[in-house]
Design a binder for this molecule. Structure first.
Ligand code: A2P
Length: 279
């Protein structure tokens, strides 16, 4: 598995297995078990997904050495603030059954629609992540769903620059300004919904490209993210797709293909604008 290097020197496997919307219990356990079996070494979960216990059980039962795996989880929005963040982190550790987390993210920024002091809340929450990092309980810290100006505001206050910003990214929704700010600050962008959660799989341009390359639209989307220096986190409960999504070295995207994909009209947006969401 290829990797990206985070801004603190840590290697992160270049494709991660996303677990959003995979229900706790057998389904999450089986999906993660299958992913680990076919070669994923990077699993992305979150407290709000409700599946940390099953994800942790699948990791443990796989028998794979912990230090060869990269596990991400995220702080849920109700737990923002210094003390609550630390308690929430400990709960995630317990639920996952792990001694440390590889990457811990603020799941969504406090936003201007809900909080007058949104910037202060984000800064305080970030301080807790810095503390956890300094304690060695987490190997890298980052944010998720931070739009350009929210990230810029946070960067004014940080001691440790986030290693990652995990955002919605897929053909038809590129968030270029946010991506550019991340890149200029050495922050790795991770793509959630790299396949547009299935909403862009019927796009004719993507289908034509997939046919031409003898691959699938899903794999085109994954390769496209990688071509932009972005780490995709495809999600699937289907063993065939789980395996396929790791198989992207058997075709190439030319500069022209990348240009074509980059110019696709807006499509597949989840509807979750981080500045406006009410959760
Ligand atoms: P399934 O679980 O049946 O594979 P995203 O990662 O953007 O959120 O997209 C996830 C959605 O895309 C899921 O509905 C998943 O369904 C589907 N999916 C995942 N991989 C593929 C693929 N390679 N081809 C087609 N659909 C896929």
């Amino acid at each position: 598995m290829k990797s990206f290097k985070l801004n603190n020197g840590i290697d992160i496997p270049a494709i991660g297995f996303g677990t959003w919307q995979i229900p706790e219990g057998e389904e999450a356990y089986q999906a993660v078990t299958e992913a680990l079996k076919v070669g994923y070494t990077h699993i992305d979960t979150a407290a709000i997904y409700g599946n940390e216990k099953s994800v942790g059980r699948a990791i443990k039962d796989s028998g794979i050495a912990r230090d060869t795996l990269f596990i991400t989880t995220k702080l849920w929005n109700t737990e923002r603030g210094y003390d609550k963040t630390i308690a929430a982190f400990e709960k995630s550790l317990t639920d996952l059954g792990l001694a440390y987390i590889d990457l811990y993210l603020i799941h969504w920024p406090a936003n201007e629609s809900q909080f007058e002091n949104w910037a202060t809340i984000n800064a305080e929450t970030w301080k807790a992540l810095e503390y956890l990092y300094q304690q060695g309980k987490v190997k890298a810290i980052g944010v998720s769903n931070f739009p350009k100006d929210y990230l810029a505001k946070l960067l004014e206050t940080v001691t440790i620059v986030p290693a990652v910003n995990q955002i919605e990214f897929h053909p038809g929704y590129l968030q270029q300004e946010t991506v550019d700010l991340c890149k200029s600050n050495g922050i790795l962008v991770q793509a959630w919904s790299p396949l547009g959660s299935g909403r862009i799989l019927q796009d004719e341009t993507l289908i034509a490209l997939a046919e031409q390359k003898d691959t699938s639209v899903g794999q085109i989307c994954i390769k496209f993210a990688l071509s932009q220096g972005i780490l995709p986190l495809p999600k699937s409960t289907n063993p065939l797709n789980i395996k396929r999504n790791l198989t992207v070295d058997n075709f190439d995207l030319t500069e022209e293909d990348i240009q074509t994909i980059s110019e696709l009209p807006t499509m597949g947006f989840s509807g979750s604008d981080p500045k406006k969401v009410a959760f």
